[in-house]
Write a protein that binds this ligand. Structure first.
Ligand code: ZN
Length: 144
């Protein structure tokens, strides 16, 4: 039975399987045995088997690399970007409001007030940047 590789083509094109005959296992089993490798180069070694088994091992590898949360369709990309921007804005705004509240609470004026607000801006930027880093794989599929 011919093995149709295109059936296993994966969406981002970074995980295409390749079947490699395994000579040791083949001679031991008295039949052709194959191992699958992945074009991403990160597929763990698996037990050599029939082409179907090798491709099943490859698919298991792809499933671990492309979990459902990273799938392309849980929301349109635009909606994900908007959500991310809203999240960043919320973090930034709350840091800013927080620093303003701290300024008021401490009755800080002048340079003290300025530095509290400045650190509020800084914290806001850092929080927004961390959010982007934390969720980037949920926003766009990683290109690794
Ligand atoms: Zn792969």
């Amino acid at each position: 039975m011919p093995v149709r590789l295109d059936r296993f083509a994966i969406d981002d094109g970074h995980h295409s399987p390749r079947l490699i005959p395994d000579e040791d296992a083949s001679s031991a089993a008295g039949a052709a045995r194959f191992r699958a490798t992945c074009s991403c180069g990160r597929m763990p070694r698996h037990r050599p088997g029939s082409p179907e088994e090798a491709l099943a091992a490859h698919r298991a590898h792809v499933d671990t690399r492309l979990g459902p949360s990273r799938g392309p369709v849980w929301l349109p990309l635009e909606a994900r970007l908007v959500l991310l921007l809203v999240g960043c804005f919320a973090l930034f705004a709350s840091s800013l409001l927080g620093s303003t509240a701290v300024t008021r609470y401490l009755h800080a004026t002048g340079a003290a007030s300025l530095s509290i607000r400045a650190s509020g801006v800084l914290v806001g930027f850092l929080a927004a940047a961390s959010l982007m880093v934390a969720v980037r794989r949920y926003i766009a599929p990683t290109r690794s």
